[in-house]
Unconditional design. Structure first.
Length: 456
């Protein structure tokens, strides 16, 4: 660990002692002291007291401009007034029915108006959405095998917990990755039905289709992989996947858990002009509530209507959550907000590019509407293996330095990205840039120092 990082971590510890105590109290009662493995990091995670709009406060009262926004699930910002009002109005009418109600149909209509789909089913998380989409594809095609991309994350169910972050000693050839289970407890018979291709490499997917002719039910892909920072698809790549799936009778599933609300009104389908067979949505469509959906044509969804594929869930279409979702679609995910967020997002990316150029930092900034990231690489990341070669300590230096100066630039972990929300202001964007301008020279110096040490 280089000296500058040690100083930033020491400052973090001085500013956040109550978070350390909170973790120590929780550790006897929960594994790692947290309820998701993504929430733990060294020396300890920041514990939150409250949040409002584009700001968040920790237990010690430190306030941050929040570009983390719950791993991108809060493009509405914290406690958006329209969402809060909608939920408050529903509270007096019942919190759970377990029976149909009209908000279901209203939200389904909103989704079908925006995405190239005809019918919708709802769930509570991105994991549920992709799990049911894959089951639906298998039921529709009568096939078992699935193709996913190395480095892409589609939730924590067994079929997709494959080659999420594989290590170099196990990942196989660059053009023909070896499927690697990402957790203990996944049956071999399950993960071996998941084939792994390389993002931005059509030939690798084509080879898998050829080697497993007539056996592939679906290809699932993040249109913009956002668990390797931000990795933009090369021109024609997504269209090529569409053609391959059609040619081989497999369904194309767009995992739009991260992109569905944040790339524009119609998500990646509209952004890239590609029509998948199934769309999976979650995170920012709920305005801070646990809402997810998978949607497709009536022909595909008829597998559920005809009782061939089973889908259920006690908490599906919880009326409080559906009210939050409707308010989010109608009052947050609007043309006016997309225009404003896109403008702020562009300013943030372009500002970072200029600061990177002036500082001499070997890095680049990339963005797509509400999403953006500083990528600490000398050239564009095009797939997981490009991303895997990262200076983790340099990234941690960046994150802790930004946090210590009052900007939460993105979730902690170097595979994430920032989110610009409807609650952010131009002043928030300028503060983000001002803090990065203060931090970037030290990052560049540390980067050069480490490069020199490695060369020796």
């Amino acid at each position: 660990m280089h000296g500058s990082l040690k100083k930033e971590i020491a400052t973090y510890e001085q500013r956040t002692p109550k978070s350390r105590v909170a973790l120590e109290k929780a550790q006897p009662w929960m594994p790692l002291g947290v309820s998701s493995n993504f929430r733990i990091y060294e020396p300890y995670p920041m514990f939150i007291a409250d949040a409002q709009g584009g700001r968040i406060r920790d237990l010690d009262g430190n306030e941050y401009v929040d570009f983390n926004l719950c791993f991108g699930a809060l493009m509405a910002g914290h406690c958006h007034p329209a969402v809060v009002q909608a939920v408050q109005e529903r509270l007096a009418k019942g919190t759970m029915f377990g029976m149909p109600h009209e908000l279901e149909r209203e939200l389904a209509q909103e989704i079908c108006a925006r995405y190239p789909v005809e019918q919708v089913r709802f769930g509570n998380s991105g994991t549920e959405a992709t799990m049911h989409a894959i089951r639906l594809a298998r039921g529709y095609t009568g096939r078992d095998k699935l193709i996913k991309m190395e480095g892409c994350y589609h939730g924590v169910h067994d079929a997709v917990m494959v080659s999420v972050k594989p290590k170099a000693d196990k990942w196989g050839l660059p053009t023909a990755p070896t499927p690697v289970p990402a957790s203990a407890g996944i049956p071999e018979g399950t993960w071996k039905n998941t084939l792994v291709a390389v993002f931005n490499d059509l030939a690798s997917a084509e080879r898998l289709f050829a080697e497993n002719r007539g056996q592939v039910a679906a290809l699932i892909v993040e249109p913009v992989p956002m668990n390797i920072g931000i990795c933009m698809p090369q021109p024609g790549y997504l269209q090529g996947l569409r053609e391959l799936c059609s040619q081989h009778g497999a369904l194309l599933i767009f995992d739009e858990v991260k992109t569905g609300a944040k790339l524009g009104r119609g998500g990646a389908c509209e952004f890239f002009s590609v029509k998948p067979d199934i769309v999976c949505l979650a995170k920012s469509i709920g305005g801070g509530f646990p809402l997810a959906a998978f949607a497709a044509s009536k022909q595909i969804m008829d597998q559920i209507a005809e009782h061939k594929v089973f889908h259920a869930g006690t908490y599906n279409t919880n009326p409080l959550v559906m009210a939050a979702g409707l308010a989010t679609f109608r009052h947050v995910l609007t043309p006016e907000n997309y225009e404003r967020i896109n403008k702020m997002g562009t300013r943030l990316v372009e500002g970072h590019k200029e600061i990177i150029r002036k500082s001499g930092l070997q890095a680049y900034a990339v963005g797509a509407c509400a999403n953006g990231a500083v990528m600490l690489y000398p050239k564009e990341v095009r797939n997981y293996r490009d991303w895997a070669d990262i200076d983790v300590d340099l990234w941690r230096h960046y994150w802790f330095a930004m946090v210590n100066r009052g900007v939460l630039p993105q979730p902690h972990w170097w595979d994430e990205q920032w989110t610009v929300s409807a609650a952010h202001t131009e002043a928030d964007i300028e503060k983000h840039l001002a803090v990065f301008a203060e931090v970037a020279p030290a990052l560049a110096a540390a980067q050069q120092e480490r490069a020199g040490a490695m060369a020796r």
